[in-house]
Write a protein that binds this ligand. Structure first.
Ligand code: NAD
Length: 468
C-alpha cells in the first residue's frame, strides 16, 4: 500500500476515505497496541524532526525556536505522553450501579471509537492544532483524515511529508489545500468533524455536517477580555504586566484564539498599567521590536491588511498610546496599545487576532461583568484580582469557555482541564481525557439474567398492574 499523501480530486478523496473506512472496519485501530504505537510514533516524529519544525514555523510565522518548542513541540509531546500513559485507563469499561428495580442486572459504560474522523485546522499553531486533536482521535481508536491550514504552507507540507513516514498511513492521512478542498471533504460522510478556525467557516462546516447528521466540534475564536482589578502593590502590577505582555505578544504575536483582545481596567489605574506594559515590552523586545527575533510575524499580506485597516479609522488611530508602526515587507506590526478606542469601531467589534491591544477604562471594575455580557461569549476571560467576592460574581455572572484568574494562556496546556468554547466561541471540548471522550461514543451496556421474571410488566393491563 502506498504511503504517499492522498490526492485531492473528489474521486481520489473518496478512495482515500474508503481505505480509511476499510482500515477502521478491520478493527486494527481499536487495539491498545495500535493506539500506543501510534502515540509513540508521534512523539518520535516530533523528537526526530525538531529542526525541521523550527524551520517551518520560522518560514511561516517567524516563530522563535523557544516559542516553537514551548507551544508546538513540547506541548504536543506532553499531551501524547499523557495519552500514552493513560489510554488503557481511559479505555477501561466503567461499571455503573444499577437501581434495585432492575435486580438482578449489571451495567457499564464502554467507550467505543467513532470511526473515521476529519480534522480541519488553522495556521497560528499549524503543528500543534493538527496534532493535539489527532492525539485524541488516535487514543480513542479512530482513523483520521487531516487537513492543515493552507496559510502555513511550510508547516502543512511538513505534516503531509512526515506523518505517512511515522504513522499508520492506512489509518491516518493528510491532505493539503484550501477552502475548495475543505468543501470537497465536507461533502463526504464522516463520523465526526473537528474544526478549528473562524466562526464564519465554523458555520459552513456545521451546515455541511448537518446533511449527514455528523457531530462536530467547533473550536472557534472571538474577543477574549482581561480584567485588571485595582492593585495597591506595584510588585503585583509588575507581574500582571509581564503576564499580559507574555499572553498577548509572546505567543505568535497576538495571533492566538486565547490571546487577550482587550483589557478592562478602572480609569484611575490605566496610566500605571500602560506605563508598566510599555516598560515590559521594552524589556522583552527592546526599543525596536522589529529587530527582535523573539516576536513572530503576521502570517500573510491579507491578515496584515486586515489589521492595518483596523488602525486606519481616524478615531482608532487617535487612541494609540504605544506602537502603531507597520512594515508590510517584513509582515511586522509593532505591539500596539490603544486607549479607549470607539466601542463601535471594528477593533472593538471584530476579533483582532494580532498584535493590537485595546484598553477600555471603566469607572468601577464591577462594570466589566456587564461589558462582557453585552458581547458574544468569549473563549476565555482573564481576570487579575485578589477580591474573592468579585471572582465569585464573575464566575456566576458571565459565560465563557474558560476563566483564568491571575495569569494568561496557562490553562491551554493543563491537560486535566477541558478546553473549548461556548456560544459564539464554539462548542465541544478536548485536551487530556476530554480529547479521548470527544472522539469516543460512550456506549451504555446493561446485562440482565433470566432470573426473577416480573409478570406485571406485560399486558394485558389491569387495575392490579396499575397499582403494582
Ligand atoms: P478559517 O476559518 O479561515 O480557516 C480554518 C480552516 O477552514 C482552514 O483549514 C481553511 O482551509 C478552512 N476553510 C477556509 N475557508 C473555508 C470555506 N469557505 N469552506 C470550508 N473550509 C474553509 O480560520 P483561520 O483564519 O485559519 O483561523 C483564525 C480563526 O481561528 C480565528 O477566529 C481564531 O480565533 C480561531 N482559532 C481558534 C482556536 C481554538 O482552539 N478555539 C485556535 C486557533 C484559532
Amino acid at each position: 500500500m502506498s504511503c504517499e499523501s492522498p490526492r485531492t480530486t473528489m474521486v481520489q478523496l473518496e478512495e482515500s476515505l474508503a481505505e480509511l473506512r476499510q482500515t477502521f472496519r478491520s478493527g486494527v485501530t481499536r487495539s491498545v497496541a495500535w493506539r500506543k504505537n501510534q502515540l509513540r510514533a508521534l512523539i518520535e516524529l516530533l523528537r526526530d524532526n525538531q529542526d525541521r519544525i523550527f524551520n517551518a514555523l520560522y518560514q511561516d510565522l517567524g516563530k522563535h525556536p523557544v516559542e516553537a518548542y514551548r507551544d508546538e513541540i513540547g506541548a504536543i509531546i506532553k499531551s501524547a505522553e499523557n495519552a500514552l500513559s493513560c489510554v488503557e485507563k481511559w479505555m477501561a469499561p466503567e461499571k455503573r450501579w444499577i437501581p434495585l428495580l432492575f435486580f438482578p442486572a449489571s451495567g457499564e459504560v464502554v467507550s467505543e471509537p467513532l470511526g473515521v474522523v476529519l480534522i480541519l485546522s488553522t495556521w497560528n499553531f499549524p503543528i500543534a492544532l493538527v496534532l493535539e486533536p489527532l492525539i485524541g482521535a488516535i487514543a480513542a481508536g479512530n482513523a483520521a483524515m487531516i487537513k492543515p491550514s493552507e496559510l502555513a504552507q511550510e508547516s502543512a507540507s511538513f505534516i503531509a511529508a512526515t506523518i505517512p513516514l511515522y504513522l499508520d498511513c492506512k489509518a491516518i492521512k493528510v491532505v493539503n489545500g484550501g477552502a475548495d478542498l475543505s468543501d470537497r471533504l465536507l461533502q463526504q460522510k464522516w463520523d465526526k468533524i473537528f474544526f478549528t478556525g473562524s466562526p464564519r467557516v465554523g458555520s459552513i462546516v456545521m451546515s455541511a455536517a448537518a446533511k449527514h447528521l455528523t457531530p462536530v466540534v467547533l473550536e472557534l475564536g472571538g474577543k477574549c477580555p482581561a480584567i485588571v482589578d485595582t492593585f495597591s502593590s506595584i510588585s503585583d502590577m509588575k507581574v500582571i504586566a509581564k503576564r499580559i505582555v507574555g499572553g498577548k505578544w509572546a505567543s505568535c504575536n497576538g495571533q492566538v484564539c486565547i490571546g487577550i483582545d482587550y483589557i478592562l481596567v478602572e480609569k484611575r489605574c490605566s496610566s500605571t498599567l500602560i506605563d508598566l506594559l510599555k516598560t515590559t515590552l521594552a524589556k522583552f523586545y527592546g526599543n525596536n521590536p522589529i529587530d527582535s527575533s523573539s516576536i513572530s510575524r503576521v502570517i500573510n499580506k491579507h491578515h496584515f491588511g486586515r489589521l492595518h485597516k483596523l488602525l486606519k479609522d481616524p478615531l482608532v488611530a487617535a487612541s494609540i498610546v504605544h506602537g502603531g508602526s507597520l512594515d508590510e515587507e517584513k509582515l511586522f506590526i509593532e505591539p500596539t496599545i490603544l486607549l479607549d478606542p470607539p466601542l463601535d469601531a471594528e477593533i472593538m467589534t471584530e476579533e483582532i487576532f494580532g498584535p493590537l491591544l485595546s484598553i477600555i477604562t471603566l469607572n468601577d471594575i464591577q462594570e466589566s461583568i456587564e461589558f462582557i455580557n453585552s458581547r458574544p461569549k468569549p473563549l476565555v476571560i482573564y481576570a487579575f484580582t485578589k477580591d474573592e467576592t468579585f471572582k465569585k460574581q464573575l464566575l456566576s455572572g458571565t459565560s465563557s469557555g474558560s476563566v483564568v484568574f491571575n495569569d494568561t494562556m496557562v490553562h491551554y496546556v493543563c491537560d486535566v482541564l477541558p478546553f473549548g468554547g461556548v456560544g459564539q466561541s464554539g462548542f465541544g471540548r478536548y485536551h487530556g481525557k476530554y480529547s479521548f471522550e470527544t472522539f469516543s461514543h460512550e456506549k451504555a451496556v446493561m446485562q440482565r439474567s433470566f432470573f426473577l421474571e416480573l409478570e406485571p410488566r406485560y399486558p394485558p393491563w389491569n387495575d392490579f398492574k396499575l397499582n403494582f
